[in-house]
Structure formats: C-alpha cells, structure tokens
Design a protein around this ligand. Structure first.
Ligand code: GTP
Length: 596
C-alpha cells in the first residue's frame, strides 16, 4: 500500500468510556466484521480482560475506508489501558501518527485518559477529541466539549460527538481520521527497520509479534534480526489482522502487521525492540527501547505444599506470554516453598494471581507486596532488596525507594481530602490545575510503597469513588526506612518482615502483633509476639499458655481412646506450620497477611 493512503491510529479512553464499543462499531462500519458475526468486544480476547473490563494486550486491526472516493487503509492499534503498562502504551502510541481521545459525555476526562494524552503529545500524535455516549440522557456534551477544548487547545466546535452504541457520528469520525491523521513517512530504500509494539504468545503458533515498519520492507521467508540481542529468526509468516490473521507477502513503509518466527517465548521478541533483516540490515535501532523492569514484588505460595511443582509450571507458562513477569524460588519458614515474583505494578500482580488461580486451578497465599529498595552500607557496598526479610543487617548509610509522579483528578470539593491523604502517604505536591470550574487535577510525587498499600481504596472511600488516579515511575529517593521484624517466641516470621518509614514502624508493629495474638491458638507454653527493629522491641503481645493438657480430659480413660485422640490431633497438625517451637495453623498466616 502507498504510505500516503495509510492512517495508523489508536483510541485513548478511560475505562468504561466506550473504547471497545467504538472499536467494534468501526469494524462493523468498515465491513471487516459482519453484523451477524459481530461478537461483542472483538478486540478483548482474554476472559479476565473482559470480566474486569480492562484491556491488557494491544493488537492491531486493518480496515479499509473510502474517504470521498479514495480507498484508504486504516490501522487501529489497541492500547492497553492501565497504569502498570505505561511502557507498552508508549510503544503502541509510537506506532501511530494520530489518536482519538475518547471521553464519556456524561463523565468528562479522567486521570488515566490524561496520562495517556500526555504520552500521545510526547509522541507528537495528532489528537482528535471525541465525546462518546451522546445518546445518554445524562450526557453534557457542551460542558465537556469545553473541558476538552481547554485541555488540548482547540475550538469546542472541533470536538466530535458520537454514540458508539447507536453508531451515530462514527462514519464521520472515520472520515476525520483520514483527513486529520498524517500518513506515515519512512525511507522505502533504507535497510528495513520495524518497531515491535506488542508480542503475544499463542499456544498453536508460538509468539505473534506486532510491528510497524518504519523503513524498508520485510518479506516472507526472509531472515530477520532482533537489534537488542542480535538473535536471528526466519520469518515463517507475515501478514495483517483483518480481523483474523491474514498472511501476505510482506509489509512495507508505514504498514502495521504481525510476524511469526516460531519462537516460543515473548522475551525473544520484546516490545520496543527494532526488527531488521540479517542481510543488509540496519545498524542503528529505532529509539525508545527499554527492558521491562519489575516494580513490585510479592511471595506466592501454594496453600497445599504439594502444588509447588504445579505453581512452577504455571509461572513458566505465564512467562511465555509476559516478558515483564520475573520469579525465583523462595522458602519461608511460615509458608513453605514458593516463589518471589516481580510485577510491573499492583494490577499486573492481581491479573497474574487471578490467572494462576483460575486458569491453573491453584490456591495461593500472597505475601504483602513490596517495592524494590536500594541499600548502601557504610562500607560502600550496595544491596538490591526485593524481599524485606533479606534487608541487610549492619551499618546502613542510606536506603532509597522508588517514587512515582501521580496525577489525581476529582471534583474540587475533594481537594482537602486528597491533600490530606497524600500528606499521610509522604507525598509532595507538585501542582494543581482546574480542568473546569468544578474539576481539578492534582499532581504529587509519592513513594511507590505508599501506593502499593491500599492507596486506591483509601482514595476511593475519601472521594466517594469520584477521584481517578494515574502514576508513572520517576526514579528513586532516599528515605528514613527501617525493617520491622515480627517474632514468635523469639523466632522471626519471615513472611511478616516489612520495610516501613520509621514514623510508621510502631503502628505497623502494634497492628501485626495484635492481629497475630488474635489468630494464634494457645500453646502448652506462653508465646510472646514481638515487633522489633533490629534488636529493639517496639511492640509486644502475649498468647497465654493453655490451661489444661488435651489429654487431661481423658484422665483415667482407657488407652485406646487416648490413642484416638492423639491420632486426631496429628490430623489437625498437618495444616500447622512450626515457627521455632510454636505451632501455627496456616489459616492464621493467611488471615494475618490479608489486608483489613
Ligand atoms: P474498557 O475495555 O474496560 O477500557 O472499557 P471500554 O472503554 O472499552 O468501554 P466499553 O466499550 O466496554 O463500554 C463501557 C460501557 O459503556 C458498556 O456498557 C457499553 O455498552 C457502554 N457504552 C459504550 N458506548 C456507549 C454509547 O455510545 N452510549 C451508551 N449509552 N453506552 C455506551
């Protein structure tokens, strides 16, 4: 296809503002999917995505559209919608020349939309502002057209109005995509360079890699090279999605499509990498490649210890499809054998955990998530800590933690509540802007660790669900951080060690000790529960000793009855874990780990 006739675009929208519905309507209008075959939400393939209403993996669909009399080719690139996947979003955007900024006409702009809009602006995309759901009685298109126009600096009259549900205005929107979005430009005679913006594992075909060709051409049966690693592969198949995979002879400048090389692991085909040809290949990769970096870690343990091999296999399988997922085996005195798993963020963690439980039928315990700490000792040695129980002992010069730049949007009546919350979470205010008279955008830097703990929930309850939040990592900062250990009868319970700010250490210690006192059954002896920083005890509770021996009940009874009772007791012990001399039912650990 002549690049002049190509238009590559994506849709930026907040959850529930109607991106999938609009995408479906476009597929239908362009004849790519017939009405009869129309399956709701064609683009979201995974069950979990559908149920949770989030789009995790992006894909691209090619659609023909004749604007006036000239047939054009539109490539719609689906961007993941959540904060954890910022890098993937940025690569999807980099594959486009324009984007549709889709906003619910009854809701207005939200933090997530704004964050992605900023990314689109950084990538110099043409932005087409669109209000959706104008069929709703509650829609206030005039009001929100003003807000959008103010935000991106256009005329309120330029804001398009559509209903993805009824189809009203959608054909006009496609015409505007052709009119406003620039055609891709590239050098057809230069050595081939294509940018990977998505990489998906398919059980039958292996990894399917989505690319945009920037320069040159990729053809069937050629040998390609991944520029970040130098690895080469044969192109077994190349083609476009329309909407099913359709093989072709090749992809040329500006075109978007898929590659299949037979590799089985998405880490061999990384998002952001540049694909070139092995012979006469390019020497300079396209910019912007980054390795995915896990930001949040959690220990995952099978509730039933015999599921450990199944958990290992499941993680191996998931990693084929998820280059950002990292894990290594870990042992916990309290929880047994498991894995320390690294995630891009909280949502990523939840999605992985849910897939392990649902697709692989595993029952899991997850330890409280923690961020990655950098510790410098006084003798100059450095430690990277992904597990609080491995926090170094000895003379520490400095502890650094990751920080994020957060954007919060809410009705202005909640400004006070949000400022208070961010204050207690060690936030620093960076700025505040009114989007309209009654809606405000607040910008903060916050330690990631403070967001990892129930920040969303606290924000929601303080703003009655009206606030939206987005954040992106911006580096690290030093903090007065200490490790708090929890000891049972003098023995450390590794799963409860936490790294917290020193002002919050006491509260954490008191809370955990209190929780455990409630949950741990009485033993033959008194069990002290202590919270300590190093050797210094900061909180203490006691589980008092059992008053009577179980056996005393059958004092004088016959021996067989006694044996039966002991037998029974052994049964119950199977689910018990020993921490030093103390027996703790596994349920107690699970309950103590679950946030309240
Ligand atoms: P995620 O995939 O979760 O990000 O959501 P989305 O932005 O793709 O939203 P989706 O298309 O799933 O739409 C969310 C809800 O809004 C669904 O219940 C749709 O039926 C509804 N909806 C979408 N567009 C319209 C519209 O134009 N009018 C009305 N009345 N409802 C709409």
């Amino acid at each position: 296809t002549d690049p002049a006739l190509l238009r590559n675009f994506c849709i930026i929208a907040h959850i529930d503002h109607g991106k999938s519905t609009l995408a479906d309507r476009m597929l239908q209008l362009t004849g790519v999917v017939e009405q009869r075959q129309m399956r709701a939400q064609y683009l979201d393939r995974m069950d979990i995505e559908r149920e949770r209403g989030i789009t995790i993996k992006s894909q691209a669909v090619r659609m023909p559209w004749a604007a006036g009399d000239t047939p054009h080719v539109l490539n719609m690139i689906d961007t993941p919608g959540h904060v954890d996947f910022t890098y993937e979003v940025s690569r999807s955007l980099a594959a486009c020349e324009g984007c549709i900024l889709l906003v619910d006409a009854a809701q207005g702009i939200e933090a997530q939309t704004l964050a992605n809009l900023y990314l689109a602006m950084e990538n110099d995309l043409t932005i087409i502002p669109v209000l959706n759901k104008i069929d709703l009685p509650a829609a206030q298109p005039d009001k929100f057209a003003g807000e959008l126009a103010h935000l991106i600096g256009c005329d309120p009259g330029d804001v398009l109005r559509v209903s993805a549900k009824t189809g009203e205005g959608v054909a006009e929107l496609l015409d505007e995509v052709v009119r406003q979005v620039p055609a891709p430009v590239g050098d057809a005679d230069a050595p081939a360079r294509a940018m990977i913006f998505d990489s998906v594992y398919d059980a039958y075909r292996g990894v399917v890699t989505y690319v945009k060709v920037v320069d040159g051409k990729l053809g069937r049966r050629e040998r390609i090279q991944m520029m970040s690693t130098g690895a080469t592969h044969e192109l077994l198949e190349i083609g476009v999605n329309s909407p099913e995979m359709t093989p072709s002879d090749g992809l040329a400048v500006g075109e978007v499509g898929y590659l299949i090389t037979g590799v089985k692991d998405v880490r061999q085909s990384k998002v952001g990498d540049t694909v070139t040809l092995q012979r006469h290949g390019a020497t300079v990769p396209l910019g912007g490649y980054k390795d995915p970096k896990p930001m949040v870690f959690s220990g995952l343990y099978p509730i039933d210890g015999s599921d450990y091999p199944a958990l290992r296999d499941a993680l191996e399988k998931l990693q084929l499809n998820d280059a950002a997922l990292v894990y290594e085996p870990e042992t916990s005195a309290a929880l047994g054998f498991g894995f320390r798993v690294g995630f891009l963020g909280l949502l990523h963690l939840e999605v992985v955990r849910e897939r392990l439980e649902r697709e692989f039928g595993l029952d899991l315990i997850a330890t409280a998530p923690n961020v990655v700490y950098q510790v410098t000792m006084e003798d100059g040695t450095e430690h990277t800590v992904t597990n609080p129980s491995e926090f170094p002992t000895g003379k520490i010069a400095e502890v650094r933690e990751p920080v994020v730049r957060a954007t919060l949007i809410a009705p202005s009546e909640f400004i006070g509540a949000i400022m208070e919350l961010c204050q207690t979470r060690r936030g620093t205010m960076q700025g505040m802007d009114y989007l309209s008279e009654e809606r405000v955008e607040l910008r903060y830097t916050l330690p990631l660790a403070e967001i990892v703990f129930d920040f969303f929930d606290a924000l929601k309850s303080k703003t009655r669900g009206y606030a939206s939040l987005d954040y992106e990592p911006t580096g690290e900062q030093a903090g007065a951080l200490v490790k708090v250990d929890i000891l049972l009868h003098g023995d450390k319970v590794d799963a409860f060690s936490a790294i917290v700010h020193k002002d919050k250490a006491y509260a954490y210690g008191v809370k955990m000790a209190g929780k455990l006192r409630e949950l741990i059954p009485r033993q033959q002896f008194e069990v002290p529960i202590q919270a300590a920083i190093g050797a210094r005890v900061i909180a203490r509770e006691t589980v008092r000793a059992m008053r009577k021996d179980v056996l005393s009940k059958c004092y004088g009874g016959d021996i067989s009855r006694k044996r039966k009772l002991l037998e029974k007791q052994k049964e119950g012990k199977k689910r018990m874990k020993m921490v030093g001399r103390v027996e703790v039912p596994q349920e107690a650990f699970i309950a103590a780990l679950s946030s309240d």
